[in-house]
Design a binder for this molecule. Structure first.
Ligand code: NAG
Ligand code: NAG
Ligand code: NAG
Length: 518
């Protein structure tokens, strides 16, 4: 069967049509009604976090009139009210790590966020933050912060002043973690031994200057760049000296971008979307996670700066903007897969001048405020987690074909099967294929003791993979027009009966569904 399906994909790509579009492939999925062996631990209700590049945070926090940015607030709340978790906002990145705090700087920042996009090295203007910048931490009711302070520069004095101002404005109780630096493997001085030595040294200086940091599990380590994970692993860094300060470390962080340069064509895009790509990429982190689980179970493992693609826009003939409905589905699969593998939480990156953010917060020279496709993964992930704080997740064996185009996950809430997510990651674009949108049928069995009905919520865009508008989740939409408040725009939920422990669910190409079992 895999070859059947691969050749169908190949034909689809070659001819630009879906030759078997009316034939739904059937996946027979056996689901355990009770928590199976291998399920995750309880998923944090704050799993779905957000991240803000330091140079962009002010514009995410204040609107154009200088008032708290309600659009941003509403979007964050739209996600976190679904789980009841605390919004965890990471404010960090290269711009800040190469920058400095200057108490005499009058403006919030020395250049507008529109000036620079994602960067791993700064040449030219370095970010300067003035005291008024820190007002931006006041506009997020109920949130806690992962605050990065610079580590790139080996002169610590300005870092200490930055941390003091930050902790004063945020308040020690709302400081989730203090992060030392960003993507250290890019530092000119980097080696694991130097990193550990300097980390301990800066940490000691910070604790001396800010006694509230003492004797607390409040520091965030690593923030290793995506694609550099092999250069800073948990085991050698802890054995080289972090073990001595392990009780002060709240979480170890890595950054993650599925793709580095954008995608040039549809075949490559499909390759990046495949569940098998995502799963094997995440599997690379398992030794780092397992080391912590076995040696320091109280230290979390988080992806604190995450996105589909960083840099690049594809080739000239087929420029595929990679913030579209398909990459939103990737974001969904990535998050569900990560939680099933034991990742503690994920912060999704926001940069004003980029193509990777979940929303553009204010009108700038780069355009009007808007919600981007990627946002649509978040309410789905949050609903999948639910509100109990007692949800454990297991990836489903979705049966044939094993070509990586399909994925499924079960959520066990308080020990009982409560929700199922099914994803069809086959890319479908009406401009590239004629005929009906292909679909896959999932025949779910084993639900006898789970309930009598399922409600099916669709994550969909009628325009398919490349859609940047017209996305809905459970018939809901989030837009600038509604200032980020959810609005019901259609009723495409379905209720299906469970008969003899079975139910059949059809998921179209480039679509995902969340099943709630009643
Ligand atoms: C964006 O933030 C900068 C400070 O970084 C501020 O000067 C500017 O007015 C903000 N722009 C808008 C449109 O609010
Ligand atoms: C580090 O900070 C010091 C003091 O602010 C400054 O003089 C120096 O130029 C900085 N070095 C780098 C590499 O940014
Ligand atoms: C993820 O998978 C794709 C496809 O195999 C690969 O090109 C990419 O480098 C991987 N990304 C990461 C961060 O491992």
């Amino acid at each position: 069967m895999p070859s059947f399906s691969l050749s169908r994909l190949a034909l689809t790509l070659l001819l630009g049509i879906s030759p078997f579009s009316s034939v739904a492939l059937t996946h027979n999925v056996q689901i355990s009604a009770n928590v199976p062996e291998g399920a995750s631990e309880f998923v944090d209700r704050s799993f779905t976090g957000f991240a803000f590049e330091q140079s962009s945070f002010y514009n995410y926090s204040f609107d154009a009139e200088g008032n708290p940015n309600e659009f941003s607030q509403n979007l964050v709340n739209a996600v976190l009210t679904r789980t009841g978790g605390t919004p965890l906002l990471r404010v960090g990145g290269t711009s800040g790590d190469h920058g400095r705090y200057d108490p005499s700087h009058e403006k919030a920042t020395n250049f507008p966020a529109t000036k620079y996009g994602p960067k791993t090295k700064i040449s030219g203007d370095r970010l300067v933050l003035g005291p008024s910048y820190f007002q931006a931490f006041k506009n997020w009711p109920g949130a806690k912060f992962e605050l990065m302070v610079p580590f790139y520069n080996t002169t610590f004095s300005r870092t200490i002043a930055w941390a003091q101002k930050g902790v004063e404005q945020i308040g020690i109780n709302n400081l989730y973690a203090l992060e030392l630096g960003n993507e250290p493997t890019f530092y000119p001085w980097f080696s694991i031994t130097e990193y550990v030595k300097r980390f301990k040294n800066l940490q000691g200086n910070l604790i001396d200057a800010i006694p509230a940091l003492a004797d607390k599990r409040i520091f965030q380590a690593f923030d290793t760049a995506s694609y550099a994970a092999a250069n800073l692993k948990t085991k050698p860094a802890f054995e080289d000296g972090l073990n001595a300060i392990a009780p002060s470390i709240k979480q170890v962080a890595y950054h993650y971008y599925q793709n580095q340069h954008g995608v040039a064509n549809f075949a490559t895009f499909q390759q990046y979307m495949r569940h098998t790509s995502t799963k094997s990429n995440l599997t690379n982190f398992l030794p780092n996670m397992n080391y912590l689980k076995q040696n320091h179970p109280a230290i979390g493992f988080a992806f604190t700066e995450t996105g589909y693609s960083v840099g690049g826009k594809g080739d000239k003939e087929h420029v595929i903007r990679t913030n579209n409905f398909a990459s939103a589905l990737w974001s969904l699969d990535f998050q569900l897969c990560a939680m099933s593998m034991g990742v503690s939480r994920i912060n999704w990156q926001q940069i004003v001048r980029s193509d990777l953010q979940m929303w553009k917060p204010v009108k700038t020279s780069l355009g009007a405020p808007r919600v981007t496709a990627h946002f649509y993964s978040q309410p789905f992930v949050a609903d999948f987690i639910g509100k109990s704080g007692k949800t454990r997740v297991m990836e489903l064996d979705i049966g044939m074909p094993q070509n990586g185009l399909y994925a499924g996950y079960a959520a066990y809430d308080n020990g009982k099967l409560a929700r199922v997510a099914l994803l069809n990651l086959e890319l479908w674009d009406p401009q590239r294929s004629s005929g009906d949108r292909p679909s896959a049928k999932f025949s779910l069995a084993g639900l006898k003791n789970a309930g009598s009905k399922v409600t099916v919520h669709h994550l969909n865009a009628d325009d398919g993979a490349l859609a940047q508008q017209g996305m809905t989740y459970a018939g809901l939409e989030w837009t600038w027009a509604s200032r980020g408040k959810q609005k019901k725009v259609k009723d495409d939920n379905k209720v299906l009966d469970i008969v003899a422990g079975k139910v059949n669910v059809v998921v179209k190409a480039t679509q995902a569904v969340l099943l709630e079992i009643q």
